[in-house]
Design a protein around this ligand. Sequence first.
Ligand SMILES: C[S@@+](CC[C@H](N)C(=O)[O-])C[C@H]1O[C@@H](n2cnc3c(N)ncnc32)[C@H](O)[C@@H]1O
Length: 279
Amino acid sequence: MRALEALRQLSRELQAAGLQEPQREALALLQGLLQIELTALYRENPSLSQEELERLREAASRRARREPLQYILGWVDFAGLRLRVGPGVLIPRPETELLLQHALALAPKDRPIEVAEPCSGSAALALALAKALPLAQVWATECSQEALGWARLNLRQLGLEQRVHLLHGDLLEPLRGMSFDLLLGNPPYVPTGKLRGLQPEVSLWEPRQALDGGPDGLDIIRRILREAPSVLRPGAWLLLELGGQQEAAALARKAGLRDIQLKEDLAGQVRFLLCRKPL
Ligand SMILES: C[S@@+](CC[C@H](N)C(=O)[O-])C[C@H]1O[C@@H](n2cnc3c(N)ncnc32)[C@H](O)[C@@H]1O
């Protein structure tokens, strides 16, 4: 079968499975799995082997079960980096790139700095930050061994072992006794009661411990804000991604943090908390 015919067939299968954008996804699967450039696809319309057709059929049936496209492809692009992802780790989201941009705007660039990133998942933030700040050393923590496996793969692939340190453990516990110039994190923040209402790609496939933030979504955020002052240097910034929880600002104030700001994402939702330890 030729590639364009396979593309149309894949698109029909994804449409029949009820997916919203079957053509775009079929093209992404065909290009991503078979490494066919768009121009080559339309100009040359190559013949596909039985093995290639089988890979497309398998991908279609995985996607029909609402497995995320990124797990099927095995990668996602984040802040210009291609990261490996799969079951067991959260797929880094575009809004988290905005968190990274806020952190880069505030981070000192003229001297070596030490950065903490609890709740690291695939290590997307830690790696992108280290890539953008050549003088930074980053310590990332993660409680899930499965997620850490993906993070280690990404760390090796990007060759940042000298400057990004992945630690297994609970939030800031592995960093006890250390101090940092910057702390950023994207903790789980979905209120438990809202988990079932998420789209199936998220609720059925992504790890619950990457999403579940407790009854009000603030369980982990509350703990980070309480524990962070003991590892922040005077004047150090702390940035967290939120799921709309404006109460995070009051929690930061209660923890003795200052210069508190809430920032919105591109959709106008309160998405980020920025604050810092007083000088
Ligand atoms: C929302 S995900 C964010 C992952 C990654 N930073 C990103 O933005 O793609 C939250 C991550 O925190 C981890 N996590 C949850 N509770 C934790 C805890 N108590 N200590 C360390 N990591 C935790 C989860 O396993 C998950 O990988």
